[in-house]
Design a protein around this ligand. Structure first.
Ligand SMILES: [Zn+2]
Length: 185
């Protein structure tokens, strides 16, 4: 993955103390992960790293916007990203563990790679419902949805229930709910 290397910190050469790092996230990161839910974006990442003998303590702030499909009109919409989190990095040869808050890396590693952490933090910070602000949806798209007949909707629901057995994810469920409510309006 070409993105690996862009979001790394060469911590080995740092003396104990506090350091700031700035990174830029653009669409290439989301393309690298081949995610369908995020189509692009631009974010600033500010990392404050506290280096001590036994661990690294990081505060990570991510601000910007990503482009998602609007749940209501299915057109692209900008979703603001405002993430702030703490990450502790500890050293061990025996543990390869990462739970979102604590990461273990080998003391032999010279670099701390934050690509995965930054990507996941952006994804997790997104709201459950991704929609344009009121009145900004594409009216033509909305109009085409309301032309769905009762019959078509029932067929979709039946299909969704069928798929539920094998697992329809919550995001798709919310899209179906949005379609239902637009029909009822
Ligand atoms: Zn919309």
């Amino acid at each position: 993955m070409e993105q690996i290397g862009l979001y790394t910190i060469a911590y080995k050469g740092l003396k104990n103390g506090s350091y700031d790092f700035d990174f830029k996230v653009d669409s290439a990161l989301f393309e690298a992960y081949e995610t369908e839910e995020i189509k692009g974006g631009n974010c600033d990442v500010r990392i404050t790293l506290q280096r001590s003998e036994s661990m690294l303590e990081l505060n990570v702030a991510i601000e910007g916007t990503v482009i998602c499909e609007c749940d209501r009109c299915l057109e692209d919409c900008d979703i603001p990203v405002d993430y702030n989190g703490d990450l502790v990095v500890k050293f061990s040869d025996e543990t390869d563990y990462y739970d979102g808050e604590v990461m273990w890396i080998s003391p032999a590693d010279d670099m701390l790679d934050l690509t995965q952490y930054i990507y996941e933090s952006i994804v997790l910070s997104l709201p459950y419902s991704r929609v344009h602000e009121e009145g900004e949806c594409n009216p033509d798209m909305l109009a085409s949805f309301t032309e769905i007949t009762e019959e078509e909707l029932e067929a979709m629901e039946a299909k969704a229930q069928e798929e539920d057995v094998v697992g329809l994810d919550d995001h798709n469920k919310s899209i179906l709910e949005a379609l239902k409510s637009s029909l009822e309006e």
